[in-house]
Design a protein. Structure first.
Length: 178
């Protein structure tokens, strides 16, 4: 999966997805403007090693221990988004620990965009094609007919730590305006 700075790839994003991908705010909050029926389906949350791309992106050692949280966000029982969060073990201290413990079955966007001391860094965009293993992973639980999925990734500064959030949009989200 290749990630590109949003400014360099924005012109390639289909118009129906660009408001979602290029919005500087939380996709979860945008979803809540459309429906109050938002549900988090946690695929898994466990300690693992980051991918090489994630380690480079977060400027951590490839053999570091990170918490990987993969979820689907459903609106009105329809999947709109897959999200993968990578949180280095170093983030689990002090205020960061309390913040992350509050997650449970809540969307991460409910916490990240509402807390002081949390800042989002540069936005990156990806395009996944059906032949890519990452595409197959994203649609494993909720298959879709699409052959291309678009996503965004951002790094967040949480007090003294960093974490990354990757969000891959399902076609159903594009039926609505962000």
């Amino acid at each position: 999966m290749e990630w590109h700075p949003a400014a360099k790839i924005a012109w390639q994003i289909p118009p129906r997805f660009s408001p979602w991908l290029l919005d500087l705010n939380s996709i979860t909050q945008a979803m809540r403007r459309i429906t109050s029926d938002i549900r988090v389906d946690i695929i898994h949350q466990s300690w693992q090693r980051p991918t090489a791309s994630e380690a480079k992106y977060l400027v951590i050692e490839p053999l570091s221990s990170v918490l990987i949280r993969e979820v689907y966000l459903l609106a009105d029982e329809t999947v709109w988004m897959y999200a993968r969060t990578v949180i280095p073990a170093a983030a689990f201290k002090g205020q960061e620990h309390d913040l992350l413990q509050a997650l449970n079955h809540r969307p991460l966007g409910d916490i990240l965009y509402q807390q002081p001391g949390i800042y989002r860094q540069q936005l990156e965009i990806t395009r996944l094609c059906a032949f890519q293993p990452e595409f197959q992973h994203v649609i494993a639980k909720y298959p879709c007919q699409a052959t291309i999925l678009w996503g965004r990734r951002a790094q967040f500064r949480v007090f003294d730590s960093r974490l990354s959030v990757s969000e891959i949009l399902f076609p159903e989200i594009a039926e609505y305006v962000a």
